[in-house]
Every structure is written in C-alpha cells, then in structure tokens.
Design a protein around this ligand. Sequence first.
Ligand code: FES
Length: 124
Amino acid sequence: MTNEVRIEQLRETALQLKIGDYTRHVFLCVGEACCSKEQGDEAWKALKDGLKARNLSLSSGPSACYRTKAGCLRVCMGGPILVVYPEGNWYGGMTADRIPQFIEQQIVQGVAIEEWIFAKNPIG
Ligand code: FES
C-alpha cells in the first residue's frame, strides 16, 4: 500500500465522517484519574446519544459537533473533564446529568455555562 492509496482511503473516511463540516469539536475525558469508569462511561453515552438524538452528530450546519472520547486531558481531577472548540471552554464535573444542558446551551445556543467552566483557551 502506497502513501497515495492510504491518503485516498483517509479522505474517503473523512468524507463519511463529515470531517470538514463541523463547527464544534468536543473532547470528553473518561480516564480514571479524573472520574470513575462508571461516571466516564455514562457521560460519554449521554454525550453520544444526546448529539445523535438532535442530529448534531455526523451532520452539518451551525451546531454540527464532532466528538472524541479521550483517555486523559492532563487535568486529572474533578472530572469528567470536557473541552469544546473553537471556544476552548474547559468544563469540569461533566457527569451524565449535566450533558443535556451542555448540548442545549453550549452546542445549540452557543452560550457558555460559566459556572461549570474552569479555564478558557479559545482557538482561532
Ligand atoms: S484522566 Fe481525565 S484529565 Fe487525566
């Protein structure tokens, strides 16, 4: 397999994943240094199911959101830790019960939930 073939396969996969159409990217840490495995798994399921239910996953449009499950975001306390770009808002304590409000307010309305944010690092 040549690099050219590999890059074509990657481009096809990116098309299928709609990479290039997103306005936001959420990274959720499920590592066990910042939360229990159960908390991380439940938060990830809530994020995945919540984005899918609103057709924001594998989608395009103003609220289209790519999601990534991370093993560690180097904070390692007060998790689950979540960061959303391009805003660069870093959220702590993102247990499953907070995810619906996060999706509605931060992802759909574009309004940060200041009381859950512990750091900001906007990109772009
Ligand atoms: S394990 Fe979650 S930030 Fe390190």
